[in-house]
Structure formats: C-alpha cells, structure tokens
Design a protein around this ligand. Structure first.
Ligand SMILES: [Zn+2]
Length: 282
C-alpha cells in the first residue's frame, strides 16, 4: 500500500529484507513523476499496481536518484521518460553491457562487479531474463532540471554526497518535501564502510538551501525536520573530532569537547569517519 504524504505526494516504503528502497510519486494536474525505478521489474510492477488504484494523472517521468542497482533495475517497466544526471547515465551504461543469465551473474559476483545480494534478487524477481537488456535513460541533465507537472514543480539537482558522486535529489517547493535517495548515507570501499568526510558539509549546504520540512530517504522512508536536524548534528559532531586514523584519539577529543560520551549513532559515525581516513591513507 502507498503512504500518502499529502494530496499530491505518495511513497512506497522501503523493504530491507528484499533490498527495496523507498519509491516516490509526485502528482501534478497533468502528469505524475516517479522517484526511483525499483530494484527489479517485480518491484516496479508492485509499485505500478498501487499507483493504478489511485486516481492520479498519467506517469510521464521517472527520476533515478543514483546508479545503485536497487534504485534502477526496474526501469524497463515504465512507459515514461527516464531522467538521470550525466554521471548516473555513465554508470548505468555499464549495467547495459551486462548479461543477466545465471552463469554471467555468478561471474560478476566472483569479480566483484555485483554483490551476491544483487544476484539473489535478480534471480528471484526476474525468472525470464536470459535476453534481458536494460533500456537507456531518455533525458540526461548536468546540474539541475525543473519539471512542471501542472501546478506542481519538481526541482532536480545533482548534489555533492557522502554516498555517491552521482546523487540527485528532488525538491517539491509547494509541499516542502525533498526526496534524498541515499545521498545522506555513507559508502563502502574495499569492504570498509565510511563517510566521505570532505563532502559532509558541502552536501549539507546543498540540501539545506531548500526549505524542506519532510525528507524521504532511500532506506528509512521518512524523517521530519527535527529528526533530520538530529541526524546532521550527530554527523557533524562526530566528523569534527576525527582528524586521523586513530579511533581512540577521536573518542578522546569527543569527550573533551562535548563533556560526555558519544551515543551509539555518534560512535558509529566516528568509526565511519576514521575509516574514511584509513581509505584516504591507502
Ligand atoms: Zn545507494
């Protein structure tokens, strides 16, 4: 079932056991726009079935927030204009060259091109795929793109992000809602989870310039402004004390600066920023 955020915005909650991220729907007077295409054709179909139950204008656009497989592998299901930023388009090209039969998938897992989880979802959700080819996005933008769905403006912007270099966010000024995709998360490099420290403040600036009250995240569904501010506060407080690859030093300066122990989230973020120093030093 879709969650109704307002008269014109809906979303399908993320489902972590199936690696399904949050999918969004924004409706204008004339057209509707979808945010993220799902992690498989089945995920996309499930979303489209729910949309059909609503009396909304036809889906004309699908925006993909970034080129992680769980956000775009369902894209062939949409009879709509697929929109991505330039970098996302480049990364999706690699997935267009892949074959999706079992042997090829196993080979990609062995060579770390795709994750074992990705292979499992593809095998479960796409029974007939020996000749599957991912289609190409239709509209490629550089930095920003504004779309009017009929008295409903959506602003797309490629922003700096701690998660990927190709993160697009979608802001709906009328509703003070922003879809963040996964941009506010960390990332994994060489099996190490880390937050790109140098990009934290630039990313926050890119997001906070929009007057938003509701934030949709790829794997949390929804945060209000207060929850989002707590998230930023914990991240910045953690980042501030990490200056090297030493976790001990970081925790020590956290205690000195804040006169308390870090909470669980802050500890998690401190470790992730320390890991970023480790990645940078390699
Ligand atoms: Zn992602």
């Amino acid at each position: 079932m879709l969650n109704r955020l307002s008269d014109t915005i809906y979303y399908l909650s993320n489902q972590e056991d199936k690696e399904r991220p949050t999918l969004g729907l924004v409706c204008g007077d004339r057209y509707s726009l979808i945010i993220d295409a799902g992690n498989s054709p089945r995920h996309a179909k499930d979303f489209l079935i729910e949309i059909e139950k609503l009396n909304v204008p036809p889906v004309k656009y699908v925006v993909i927030t970034h080129a992680h497989w769980d956000h775009f592998l369902g894209m062939n299901e949409f009879d709509a204009t697929i929109i991505v930023n330039h970098q996302t388009n480049e990364l999706i090209k690699e997935w267009q060259r892949l074959s999706y039969d079992d042997r090829s998938l196993q080979k990609y897992v062995t060579t770390n091109q795709i994750s074992a989880m990705c292979m499992e979802i593809i095998q479960t959700d796409m029974p007939n795929r020996d000749r599957f080819k991912l289609k190409s996005p239709d509209v490629i933008f550089e930095n920003t793109l504004t779309i009017d769905l009929g008295n409903k403006v959506c602003i797309l912007e490629r922003i700096k992000s701690t998660h990927t270099d190709d993160s697009t966010i979608i802001y709906i000024p009328d509703e003070k809602v922003v879809f963040l995709g996964d941009c506010a998360y960390g990332t994994t490099t060489n099996s190490l989870f880390h937050y790109k420290q140098s990009l934290l403040l630039p990313m926050m600036k890119d997001i906070q310039k929009y007057d938003a009250e509701m934030f949709l995240l790829g794997h949390e569904s929804i945060c209000d402004l207060n929850e989002m501010n707590i998230y930023w506060e914990e991240l910045t407080t953690a980042s501030h004390v990490v200056k090297s690859i030493s976790l001990e030093n970081a925790i020590e300066s956290f205690k000195l600066e804040n006169k308390r122990n870090p909470n669980d989230n802050e500890l998690f973020f401190i470790q992730a920023f320390v890991n970023d120093h480790i990645i940078q030093s390699q």
